[in-house]
Design a protein around this ligand. Structure first.
Ligand code: FMN
Length: 403
């Protein structure tokens, strides 16, 4: 039985409590991907606000894996180490650990953002981004990606991060390798689970040569809604392989971008925000937007139905993985109430709870919970924050496009 406000360890990381800020891309890097003063200011609010540990927004390991989101963090250059040191030392001065999430976007990006052709395990087109079909990675390019992850992990250690989290979730490159829906390779990088997992196993082993037992965590999907995609039984097997590879903790999430709002759930489609800020709709002439407006929720629901379960939707999956694999489990997704956090931890359904949107509207949500000033996040899950993310830094819109 876990208590929320007890300290604990994930490897050498000493967490202040069991509520973690889940990775949240914020668009607060500079145009090259360095952390800015504004980013440090926001992370400071999270640290002062009581987060048990902070996981950064996804951070690119090489240019063709960069995200199409606004001003994403990058850590593909040694000369960024000092900039990141400023971030880690500030957050450490509040006694809060900080973990760097590392990612390659695979096909879930835009050529306009990277300036390079999009690549993926297999040449299968993404139906959300609607970019040209991605190019299948060559074996040499896969080796390069492995080395670039390992180099970024070594940079993270030098920059003072307490650990890194590999992004194996949400349909980005490493998640694409794990999914039989997206990975159709017939060589040693596809087909069997061992082959699909090979890139991840290699990242762990290459990284270990340089960083010793520096904590390497992952965020992975327990399931998605794609045909032949990820399902819980396979996720359990992946968790076992991760344990063998020396993973420090697993954050359990779900869904790929093509699934619609499965990962980041909402009662309704964020129509207003999509018309104003989304990459595909915002550039349409005003009168077309007016005509389309009433049909958007219906047409998107026909393509990807909105999920019915909106609260703590990954807890069952996390619990199954936890029962099968002896590794610290973090669960994320629709957790907004103090009573839910208490229930998950008290019944050992997971070892840690992570939240994203709750920290956008109230960066001090953990202190509010601890001091019983609030027992529930004020987030209304309008999802405008994620809808604007290709166009500007994130913010809480609280369901209104204009204040
Ligand atoms: C604005 C925004 C940015 C996000 N960026 C990331 C990211 O960089 N990496 C990641 O793994 N998940 C990202 N997510 C997903 C969250 O970490 C989390 O998995 C999801 O929002 C569900 O948790 P919640 O219900 O607590 O918001 C993002 C979510 C939002 C709202």
């Amino acid at each position: 039985m876990h208590q929320i406000f007890e300290t604990s360890n994930i490897g050498s990381i000493k967490l202040k409590n069991r509520i973690i800020r889940s990775a949240t891309g914020d668009g607060l890097a500079d145009p090259d991907g360095r952390p800015t003063e504004l980013l440090i200011e926001f992370y400071t609010k999270l640290a002062i606000g009581g987060a048990g540990a902070i996981i950064t927004g996804f951070t690119g390991i090489q240019p063709n894996g960069k995200s199409s989101t606004y001003h994403q963090l990058m850590f593909d250059r040694d000369d960024f180490i000092d900039d990141y040191k400023k971030l880690t030392s500030t957050i450490h001065s509040y006694g809060t650990p900080i973990i760097l999430q590392l990612n390659h976007c695979g096909r879930q990006t835009r050529q306009k953002a990277t300036g390079l052709p999009t690549v993926a395990p297999s040449a299968r087109r993404d139906l959300y981004f609607l970019e040209k079909r991605p190019r299948e990675l060559t074996e040499r390019e896969i080796e390069e990606i492995i080395m670039n992850f390992a180099k970024a992990i070594a940079r993270a250690q030098k920059a003072g991060f307490d650990g890194v989290q590999l992004h194996l979730a949400h349909g980005f490159l490493l998640s694409e390798f794990l999914s039989s829906n997206m990975n159709k390779r017939r060589d040693r990088w596809g087909g069997t689970l061992e082959n699909k997992f090979r890139i991840i196993e290699r990242i762990f082993s290459e990284a270990r040569k340089g960083v010793g037992d520096f904590p390497i965590l992952v965020k992975m999907n327990a399931y998605d809604t794609r045909k032949n995609g990820m399902r819980i039984p396979e996720a359990v097997e992946i968790a076992k392989l991760l344990k063998q590879a020396g993973c420090a903790a697993i954050e359990v999430s779900c869904g790929v971008v093509n699934d619609g709002f499965i990962t980041i759930r909402s009662k309704q489609f964020p129509t207003q925000a999509a018309l104003e800020y989304s990459y595909l709709l915002s550039y349409l002439p005003g009168f077309i937007k007016k005509i389309m407006e009433p049909f958007i929720p219906l047409s998107t629901a026909l393509i990807v139905p909105l999920p019915k379960v909106l609260a703590k939707y990954n807890v069952e999956a996390a619990e199954i993985i936890k029962k099968n694999v002896d590794i610290p489990i973090i669960v994320v997704g629709g957790i907004k109430k103090l009573s839910d956090v208490e229930e998950i931890l008290a019944h050992n359904r997971a070892d840690y709870v992570a939240m994203s949107r709750a920290f956008i509207i109230e960066p001090d949500i953990v202190n509010r919970f601890r001091e019983k000033r609030q027992t529930e996040s004020s987030c209304i899950s309008c999802n405008y924050c994620i809808t604007c993310i290709e166009r500007m830094p994130f913010k809480c819109f609280y369901g209104k496009v204009r204040a």
